[in-house]
Ligand binder design. Structure first.
Ligand code: SF4
Ligand code: FES
Length: 238
């Protein structure tokens, strides 16, 4: 049997000087298998055309739909409304990122700055000769790199992180995971000393307070804390 649910969303447009933050209630019929993506699309098409939120893939792949859902950072497209027995769901934009409007935040600029900050690219051992067959990589090593490459840059780890909220330049679990990915890649010539130059400070590996919220909320179940702990051990030795 369907029920009526109430979705309460924060509405605020920082680029409109007349706008003030306010919570707005939306009541709608829950349908079987309804996700918050479906619910918000229904609200936007039938109740409030002005409500802003981001979605691209609807499948937990693009990382666009992160928001605070009843107090926790989650992906709206992977969250069923039926999970909330009370039928009341409160939505807030992700903290730390620049608010665009309502539930929409600019994770892209943050991720770009982080990528530049951690030199998020392979520094190759030798120039690529495209006339030659690629060198083989051990299957386990390829698997380990692939595992860390599954990050979708949703920003939930940053929105969960106390250090990221206090330190604007902290690279966060997503940035440290990125460095860990290049650290184990045999194509990358950088040494632990080189990586120390990039993240060996309080805005890098030593800023993490090990509260574990990043790993708790990562929708891709990345091993963020064990990678941070491993890198911290290697950096301490440098
Ligand atoms: S590490 Fe996890 S939570 Fe953080 S941005 Fe990547 S996928 Fe999202
Ligand atoms: S819409 Fe792409 S992850 Fe939710």
């Amino acid at each position: 049997m369907s029920r009526e649910i109430t979705i309460t969303a924060l509405k605020y447009n920082p680029s409109n000087k007349h706008s003030k933050p306010e919570f707005v209630d939306y009541k709608l019929e829950e349908t079987p298998g309804m996700t918050l993506y479906i619910a918000l699309t229904k609200i936007k098409s039938t109740i409030d055309h002005d409500l802003s939120s981001d979605f691209v893939c609807r499948a937990g792949i693009c990382g666009a739909c992160g928001m605070i859902i009843n107090g926790k950072p989650r992906l709206a497209c992977k969250t069923l409304t039926s999970e909330f027995e009370s039928g009341k769901i409160e939505l807030l934009p992700l903290p730390t990122f620049k608010l665009i409007k309502d539930l929409s935040v600019d994770t892209g600029s943050w991720m770009k700055n982080m990528s530049i900050r951690v030199n998020s690219w392979i520094e190759a051992k030798e120039k690529t000769d495209i006339t030659k067959i690629e060198k083989k990589v051990e299957p386990q090593v390829a698997q380990d790199v692939f595992e860390l490459d599954r990050c979708i840059e949703c920003g939930l780890c940053i929105a969960s992180c106390s250090t990221a909220i206090m330190r604007e330049d902290f690279v966060g679990a997503v940035g440290l995971n990125r460095v860990a990915r290049f650290q184990i890649d045999p194509h990358d010539k950088r040494t632990d000393e080189d990586f120390y130059e990039i993240i060996g400070d309080d805005n890098g590996i030593f800023g993490c307070m090990s509260l574990l919220a990043c790993e708790d909320h990562c929708p891709k179940d990345l091993p963020l804390q064990s990678k941070i702990a491993y890198m911290r051990r290697t950096m301490v030795k440098v």
